[in-house]
Design a protein around this ligand. Structure first.
Ligand code: NCD
Length: 311
């Protein structure tokens, strides 16, 4: 059976530590031409496909760069909902079966429907499915790179006060991150949003099951004063109806005036893309670590590809 990456629930803390070590190793080698040549020799002949039914910048590009940096060949179909045989009525399952028939080793899948990655994995006998985001469901590789960024900046993943804010009802990154933080002891989560964009009950139940303390508030300013990490997300307008959009009652923008409430040691993270919820005025503040976070995605995805292809 191939090893799939479908949900952040599946990662154990020891598996994550191992991924962080691999990511550090590839990062170090990536700094020199000699090191890059060593990385390239690692998986010559392996085949990776990125099958994206939704737009993407970071997830697709970093997986493709990660595959080629490790010597694997990759093929991709961007906008698969427009340019693949799906327009003729082909099912996701049949597309996955075809890629298996081409002897693919890894398929990175992004899809509009929650649960699509699980459906794909059910028919993928050879290729590992990596969930690159499924509807309002999960984005486990993003959550792993988020934790990698926190570990690098704070030296630990436990006993942190993490503020997760924005559109928590429709965003998948917040969901996957919240679950993953619950795998470490003593973390306290505070969700900042208005009620219509609040985190859903399945995540609350997961946190309760994992003895993770959490609270909900609409007051970002108050929450920020005690934060180790602020994880901010955009309004997922493309997943909302016109009515739902009209009902959004608050606009949370982190700008220079908000910085006064944020401690010096705090990391401000965002999965990106940002729209207007983080002002570009704060980009040069040392607490603003979202571009560093995006860069970490390359090494985390190299580590994941390597782990799968080495198992
Ligand atoms: C996120 C996603 O696709 O869920 N983007 C990403 O992969 N970094 C976040 C978003 O689109 O808001």
């Amino acid at each position: 059976m191939p090893k799939h990456i479908l949900s952040s629930e599946q990662f154990t803390t020891s598996e994550l530590s191992e991924l962080f070590e691999r990511a550090d190793h590839f990062r170090q080698r990536d700094e020199t031409t000699k090191g890059r040549c060593k990385n390239i020799k690692r998986h010559v002949g392996a085949r990776v496909t990125s099958l994206f039914y939704e737009p993407s910048t970071r997830t697709r590009l970093s997986f493709e760069k990660a595959a080629s940096a490790l010597g694997a060949t990759y093929t991709m179909t961007e906008c698969a909902d427009m340019f693949s045989s799906v327009t003729k009525g082909e099912t996701l399952e049949d597309t996955i079966r075809v890629l298996n028939a081409y002897n693919d080793d890894i398929i990175v899948l992004r899809h509009k429907e929650t649960g699509a990655a699980v459906r794909a994995a059910a028919v993928s006998d050879r290729a590992s499915i990596i969930n690159g985001g499924d509807g309002k469901g999960e984005h486990p590789t993003q959550a792993a790179l988020d934790l990698y960024t926190i570990q690098r900046n704070h030296g630990r993943l436990d006993h942190l006060n993490v503020i997760i804010g924005g559109d928590l009802a429709n965003g998948r990154t917040a969901r996957s991150l919240a679950k993953l933080l619950a795998h470490y002891a003593g973390n306290s989560l505070q969700f900042v949003s208005t009620p219509e964009l609040g985190i859903s009950n399945d995540i609350k139940a997961y946190l309760a099951d994992h003895d993770t303390v959490f609270s909900e508030t609409a007051d970002a300013q108050e929450a920020f004063t005690t934060a180790d990490v602020i994880y901010w997300t955009r309004l997922q307008a493309e997943r909302m109806t016109e009515e739902e959009l009209q009902a959004v009652s608050a606009n949370y923008t982190i700008d220079t005036s908000m910085l006064t409430y944020i401690p010096e040691h705090t990391s401000i993270l965002h999965p990106l893309p940002r729209v207007n919820e983080i002002s570009t005025d704060i980009d040069r503040d040392p607490r603003a670590r979202y571009f560093q976070q995006a860069g970490n995605g390359l090494y985390m995805r190299m580590a994941m590809i390597d782990q799968i292809l080495s198992s």
